[in-house]
Design a protein around this ligand. Structure first.
Ligand SMILES: NC(=O)c1ccc[n+]([C@@H]2O[C@H](COP(=O)([O-])OP(=O)(O)OC[C@H]3O[C@@H](n4cnc5c(N)ncnc54)[C@H](OP(=O)(O)O)[C@@H]3O)[C@@H](O)[C@H]2O)c1
Length: 278
Protein backbone atom coordinates (compact mmCIF):
# COMPACT_ATOMS: atom_id res chain seq x y z
CA UNK A 1 0.00 0.00 0.00
CA UNK A 2 1.29 3.47 -0.86
CA UNK A 3 1.69 5.60 2.24
CA UNK A 4 0.57 9.23 2.40
CA UNK A 5 4.16 10.43 2.62
CA UNK A 6 5.10 8.47 -0.52
CA UNK A 7 2.10 9.98 -2.30
CA UNK A 8 3.29 13.47 -1.45
CA UNK A 9 6.74 12.75 -2.86
CA UNK A 10 5.68 11.32 -6.19
CA UNK A 11 2.72 13.49 -7.14
CA UNK A 12 0.34 14.71 -8.19
CA UNK A 13 2.32 17.92 -8.63
CA UNK A 14 1.67 20.51 -5.91
CA UNK A 15 -1.17 22.89 -6.76
CA UNK A 16 1.29 25.80 -6.64
CA UNK A 17 2.97 26.21 -10.01
CA UNK A 18 6.73 26.56 -10.24
CA UNK A 19 6.72 29.93 -12.03
CA UNK A 20 8.04 28.81 -15.43
CA UNK A 21 4.87 29.71 -17.33
CA UNK A 22 5.88 31.11 -20.73
CA UNK A 23 9.59 30.27 -20.28
CA UNK A 24 11.47 28.72 -23.20
CA UNK A 25 13.80 26.00 -21.94
CA UNK A 26 16.26 23.48 -23.43
CA UNK A 27 16.78 20.25 -21.45
CA UNK A 28 19.31 17.65 -22.62
CA UNK A 29 18.49 13.98 -21.99
CA UNK A 30 14.75 14.34 -21.47
CA UNK A 31 13.35 10.90 -22.28
CA UNK A 32 14.13 9.02 -19.08
CA UNK A 33 14.95 9.45 -15.43
CA UNK A 34 15.47 12.95 -14.07
CA UNK A 35 15.40 14.66 -17.49
CA UNK A 36 11.98 13.21 -18.26
CA UNK A 37 10.60 14.48 -14.95
CA UNK A 38 12.03 17.95 -15.57
CA UNK A 39 10.49 18.07 -19.07
CA UNK A 40 7.10 16.90 -17.80
CA UNK A 41 7.04 19.38 -14.91
CA UNK A 42 8.07 22.32 -17.11
CA UNK A 43 5.41 21.47 -19.71
CA UNK A 44 2.77 21.00 -17.01
CA UNK A 45 3.63 24.42 -15.62
CA UNK A 46 3.31 26.20 -18.96
CA UNK A 47 6.86 26.34 -20.36
CA UNK A 48 7.91 25.54 -23.93
CA UNK A 49 10.54 22.81 -23.84
CA UNK A 50 13.13 21.50 -26.29
CA UNK A 51 14.75 18.20 -25.45
CA UNK A 52 17.13 15.73 -27.06
CA UNK A 53 18.24 12.12 -26.62
CA UNK A 54 19.94 9.59 -28.86
CA UNK A 55 16.83 7.43 -29.31
CA UNK A 56 14.31 8.84 -31.78
CA UNK A 57 11.61 6.28 -30.76
CA UNK A 58 11.95 7.36 -27.12
CA UNK A 59 11.50 11.01 -28.11
CA UNK A 60 8.43 10.10 -30.18
CA UNK A 61 7.04 8.11 -27.24
CA UNK A 62 7.56 11.08 -24.92
CA UNK A 63 5.66 13.40 -27.29
CA UNK A 64 2.87 10.84 -27.74
CA UNK A 65 2.48 10.38 -23.98
CA UNK A 66 1.68 14.07 -23.39
CA UNK A 67 -1.93 14.93 -22.68
CA UNK A 68 -3.43 17.00 -25.52
CA UNK A 69 -4.10 20.00 -23.32
CA UNK A 70 -0.37 20.40 -22.63
CA UNK A 71 -0.10 21.25 -26.29
CA UNK A 72 2.43 19.14 -28.19
CA UNK A 73 3.31 22.44 -29.84
CA UNK A 74 5.16 23.30 -26.63
CA UNK A 75 7.59 20.39 -27.11
CA UNK A 76 10.44 20.41 -29.62
CA UNK A 77 12.58 17.27 -29.89
CA UNK A 78 15.66 16.17 -31.79
CA UNK A 79 17.56 12.88 -31.78
CA UNK A 80 21.27 13.45 -31.31
CA UNK A 81 24.30 12.46 -29.28
CA UNK A 82 25.31 15.48 -27.16
CA UNK A 83 29.00 14.64 -27.50
CA UNK A 84 28.91 14.87 -31.34
CA UNK A 85 30.54 18.16 -32.33
CA UNK A 86 28.07 20.55 -33.95
CA UNK A 87 24.84 18.63 -33.37
CA UNK A 88 24.10 20.05 -29.92
CA UNK A 89 24.80 23.57 -31.17
CA UNK A 90 22.41 23.10 -34.14
CA UNK A 91 19.75 21.78 -31.76
CA UNK A 92 20.03 24.84 -29.51
CA UNK A 93 19.77 27.13 -32.54
CA UNK A 94 16.74 25.20 -33.81
CA UNK A 95 15.04 25.45 -30.41
CA UNK A 96 15.70 29.20 -30.20
CA UNK A 97 14.30 29.64 -33.71
CA UNK A 98 11.21 27.57 -32.91
CA UNK A 99 10.51 29.45 -29.64
CA UNK A 100 11.76 32.85 -30.80
CA UNK A 101 14.45 32.93 -28.08
CA UNK A 102 15.46 31.04 -24.95
CA UNK A 103 15.13 31.74 -21.23
CA UNK A 104 16.93 28.75 -19.76
CA UNK A 105 18.93 25.57 -20.35
CA UNK A 106 19.36 22.44 -18.24
CA UNK A 107 22.42 20.23 -18.82
CA UNK A 108 20.95 16.93 -17.66
CA UNK A 109 22.41 14.24 -19.94
CA UNK A 110 25.27 12.58 -18.09
CA UNK A 111 26.64 9.38 -16.70
CA UNK A 112 29.75 7.27 -16.25
CA UNK A 113 31.84 5.17 -18.61
CA UNK A 114 34.09 2.35 -17.40
CA UNK A 115 34.60 0.79 -13.97
CA UNK A 116 37.06 1.33 -11.13
CA UNK A 117 40.56 2.77 -11.48
CA UNK A 118 42.16 -0.43 -12.78
CA UNK A 119 39.35 -1.24 -15.23
CA UNK A 120 38.69 2.21 -16.67
CA UNK A 121 41.01 3.22 -19.50
CA UNK A 122 41.91 6.62 -20.88
CA UNK A 123 38.98 6.47 -23.27
CA UNK A 124 36.53 5.92 -20.38
CA UNK A 125 37.93 8.94 -18.54
CA UNK A 126 37.75 11.12 -21.67
CA UNK A 127 34.25 9.90 -22.60
CA UNK A 128 32.93 10.52 -19.06
CA UNK A 129 34.41 14.02 -19.09
CA UNK A 130 32.94 14.81 -22.51
CA UNK A 131 29.45 13.54 -21.68
CA UNK A 132 29.19 15.49 -18.42
CA UNK A 133 31.50 18.51 -18.57
CA UNK A 134 32.14 18.94 -22.31
CA UNK A 135 28.49 18.81 -23.30
CA UNK A 136 27.57 21.25 -20.51
CA UNK A 137 30.16 23.82 -21.62
CA UNK A 138 29.11 23.51 -25.28
CA UNK A 139 25.41 23.75 -24.38
CA UNK A 140 25.90 26.95 -22.40
CA UNK A 141 28.17 28.45 -25.07
CA UNK A 142 25.57 27.80 -27.77
CA UNK A 143 22.75 29.20 -25.62
CA UNK A 144 24.43 32.38 -24.35
CA UNK A 145 23.50 34.60 -27.35
CA UNK A 146 19.83 33.74 -26.75
CA UNK A 147 19.94 33.80 -22.93
CA UNK A 148 21.19 37.39 -23.07
CA UNK A 149 17.73 38.29 -24.39
CA UNK A 150 15.78 36.19 -21.86
CA UNK A 151 12.37 37.46 -20.79
CA UNK A 152 11.40 38.02 -17.16
CA UNK A 153 13.03 39.50 -14.10
CA UNK A 154 15.24 36.49 -13.40
CA UNK A 155 17.33 36.82 -16.58
CA UNK A 156 18.65 33.78 -18.41
CA UNK A 157 19.07 30.71 -16.23
CA UNK A 158 21.42 27.76 -16.61
CA UNK A 159 21.03 24.66 -14.43
CA UNK A 160 23.82 22.09 -14.44
CA UNK A 161 22.88 18.62 -13.17
CA UNK A 162 25.89 17.44 -11.18
CA UNK A 163 25.69 14.75 -8.46
CA UNK A 164 26.30 13.92 -4.84
CA UNK A 165 29.29 12.04 -6.34
CA UNK A 166 30.76 15.41 -7.29
CA UNK A 167 31.29 16.42 -3.67
CA UNK A 168 31.37 13.15 -1.70
CA UNK A 169 33.85 10.38 -2.57
CA UNK A 170 32.47 7.30 -4.31
CA UNK A 171 33.55 4.55 -6.69
CA UNK A 172 34.21 5.35 -10.38
CA UNK A 173 36.43 8.35 -9.71
CA UNK A 174 36.15 9.47 -13.34
CA UNK A 175 32.44 10.13 -12.74
CA UNK A 176 32.93 11.97 -9.43
CA UNK A 177 35.76 14.03 -10.91
CA UNK A 178 33.59 15.05 -13.87
CA UNK A 179 30.66 15.91 -11.59
CA UNK A 180 32.97 17.97 -9.34
CA UNK A 181 34.12 19.80 -12.46
CA UNK A 182 30.48 20.57 -13.34
CA UNK A 183 29.97 22.15 -9.90
CA UNK A 184 33.07 24.28 -10.44
CA UNK A 185 32.00 25.14 -13.98
CA UNK A 186 28.66 26.45 -12.72
CA UNK A 187 30.32 28.69 -10.11
CA UNK A 188 32.85 30.02 -12.63
CA UNK A 189 30.33 30.63 -15.41
CA UNK A 190 28.04 32.43 -12.96
CA UNK A 191 30.79 35.01 -12.53
CA UNK A 192 31.65 35.16 -16.24
CA UNK A 193 28.05 35.42 -17.46
CA UNK A 194 26.63 37.48 -14.61
CA UNK A 195 27.27 40.76 -16.45
CA UNK A 196 25.03 39.44 -19.26
CA UNK A 197 22.18 38.86 -16.83
CA UNK A 198 22.63 35.10 -16.96
CA UNK A 199 22.51 33.02 -13.78
CA UNK A 200 24.25 29.63 -13.51
CA UNK A 201 23.64 27.08 -10.75
CA UNK A 202 24.49 23.44 -10.12
CA UNK A 203 22.02 20.91 -8.68
CA UNK A 204 23.39 17.72 -7.15
CA UNK A 205 20.83 14.93 -6.87
CA UNK A 206 21.44 12.17 -4.38
CA UNK A 207 20.92 8.57 -5.50
CA UNK A 208 17.48 8.73 -7.08
CA UNK A 209 14.91 5.96 -6.96
CA UNK A 210 13.93 5.76 -10.63
CA UNK A 211 11.64 2.89 -11.76
CA UNK A 212 13.69 0.21 -13.55
CA UNK A 213 17.05 1.86 -12.90
CA UNK A 214 20.02 0.79 -10.77
CA UNK A 215 18.70 1.41 -7.26
CA UNK A 216 15.19 0.25 -8.09
CA UNK A 217 16.61 -2.97 -9.58
CA UNK A 218 18.66 -3.44 -6.42
CA UNK A 219 15.55 -2.83 -4.29
CA UNK A 220 13.79 -5.71 -6.07
CA UNK A 221 16.69 -8.15 -6.59
CA UNK A 222 18.74 -7.54 -3.42
CA UNK A 223 16.37 -6.26 -0.72
CA UNK A 224 18.90 -6.76 2.09
CA UNK A 225 21.65 -4.84 0.31
CA UNK A 226 19.12 -2.13 -0.58
CA UNK A 227 18.01 -1.84 3.05
CA UNK A 228 21.68 -1.37 4.05
CA UNK A 229 22.08 1.31 1.38
CA UNK A 230 18.91 3.08 2.54
CA UNK A 231 20.60 3.64 5.92
CA UNK A 232 22.78 6.24 4.11
CA UNK A 233 19.58 8.36 4.13
CA UNK A 234 18.54 9.65 7.58
CA UNK A 235 14.84 8.94 6.92
CA UNK A 236 15.58 5.70 5.02
CA UNK A 237 14.19 6.99 1.71
CA UNK A 238 16.09 7.73 -1.48
CA UNK A 239 15.31 11.02 -3.18
CA UNK A 240 12.73 10.95 -6.00
CA UNK A 241 13.48 12.50 -9.43
CA UNK A 242 10.27 14.54 -9.11
CA UNK A 243 11.72 16.21 -5.99
CA UNK A 244 14.86 17.16 -7.90
CA UNK A 245 12.79 18.43 -10.86
CA UNK A 246 10.95 20.88 -8.60
CA UNK A 247 14.23 22.45 -7.46
CA UNK A 248 15.39 22.72 -11.08
CA UNK A 249 12.12 24.45 -12.03
CA UNK A 250 12.58 26.91 -9.15
CA UNK A 251 16.07 27.80 -10.39
CA UNK A 252 14.65 28.40 -13.89
CA UNK A 253 11.91 30.66 -12.51
CA UNK A 254 12.09 34.38 -11.73
CA UNK A 255 11.49 33.52 -8.05
CA UNK A 256 15.17 32.48 -7.85
CA UNK A 257 16.50 35.74 -9.38
CA UNK A 258 18.93 36.17 -6.46
CA UNK A 259 20.47 32.71 -6.79
CA UNK A 260 23.55 32.33 -8.97
CA UNK A 261 26.82 30.46 -8.61
CA UNK A 262 25.16 28.16 -6.08
CA UNK A 263 25.54 24.43 -5.60
CA UNK A 264 22.23 22.94 -4.43
CA UNK A 265 22.27 19.34 -3.19
CA UNK A 266 18.89 17.59 -3.38
CA UNK A 267 19.82 14.39 -1.62
CA UNK A 268 17.76 14.07 1.57
CA UNK A 269 21.02 14.44 3.55
CA UNK A 270 22.45 11.26 2.01
CA UNK A 271 25.81 10.21 3.46
CA UNK A 272 27.80 8.03 1.03
CA UNK A 273 26.81 8.28 -2.65
CA UNK A 274 26.88 4.55 -3.34
CA UNK A 275 25.89 1.18 -1.97
CA UNK A 276 29.58 0.35 -1.72
CA UNK A 277 30.02 3.01 0.94
CA UNK A 278 33.09 5.38 1.25
N1 LIG B 1 20.39 8.35 -11.38
C1 LIG B 1 20.88 8.87 -10.27
O1 LIG B 1 20.66 8.36 -9.16
C2 LIG B 1 21.69 10.14 -10.34
C3 LIG B 1 22.22 10.67 -9.15
C4 LIG B 1 22.94 11.86 -9.19
C5 LIG B 1 23.10 12.52 -10.40
N2 LIG B 1 22.58 11.99 -11.54
C6 LIG B 1 22.77 12.75 -12.79
O2 LIG B 1 21.48 13.13 -13.24
C7 LIG B 1 21.46 13.17 -14.68
C8 LIG B 1 20.34 12.28 -15.19
O3 LIG B 1 20.57 10.96 -14.72
P1 LIG B 1 19.51 9.79 -14.94
O4 LIG B 1 19.96 8.62 -14.12
O5 LIG B 1 18.15 10.32 -14.78
O6 LIG B 1 19.81 9.46 -16.49
P2 LIG B 1 19.25 8.30 -17.43
O7 LIG B 1 18.06 7.64 -16.84
O8 LIG B 1 20.41 7.47 -17.79
O9 LIG B 1 18.72 9.15 -18.66
C9 LIG B 1 19.59 9.78 -19.43
C10 LIG B 1 18.84 10.62 -20.47
O10 LIG B 1 19.84 11.26 -21.19
C11 LIG B 1 19.85 10.78 -22.54
N3 LIG B 1 21.25 10.64 -22.93
C12 LIG B 1 22.20 9.88 -22.35
N4 LIG B 1 23.36 10.00 -23.02
C13 LIG B 1 23.13 10.87 -24.02
C14 LIG B 1 23.92 11.39 -25.07
N5 LIG B 1 25.21 11.04 -25.21
N6 LIG B 1 23.35 12.26 -25.94
C15 LIG B 1 22.04 12.61 -25.82
N7 LIG B 1 21.25 12.15 -24.84
C16 LIG B 1 21.79 11.28 -23.96
C17 LIG B 1 19.08 9.45 -22.49
O11 LIG B 1 18.49 9.10 -23.73
P3 LIG B 1 19.27 8.16 -24.82
O12 LIG B 1 19.81 6.98 -24.08
O13 LIG B 1 18.23 7.83 -25.84
O14 LIG B 1 20.35 9.01 -25.37
C18 LIG B 1 18.03 9.80 -21.45
O15 LIG B 1 17.01 10.59 -22.01
C19 LIG B 1 22.86 12.75 -15.13
O16 LIG B 1 23.64 13.90 -15.35
C20 LIG B 1 23.40 11.98 -13.92
O17 LIG B 1 24.80 11.99 -13.89
C21 LIG B 1 21.88 10.82 -11.54
Amino acid sequence: MVSVSEDRRHGPWPAVRSGVDGKRIVVTGGTRGLGEQIVRLLLTDGASVATCARSEPDLAALAKSLPDDQGREALFTQALDVVEPGLLEEFVEGAAERFDGLDGVVACAGGARGGGLEEADAHDWAATWELNVGHTARLVRAAVPYLRGARGTGGGSVVVIASISGWKPGPQAQYGAAKAAQIHLAASLARELGPDGIRVNAVSPGSMLIPGKRWDRMRVAQPEAFARFATEFPNGQLVAPQEVARVVAFLLSDASSGVSGAHVPVDRAQNAPSAEGY
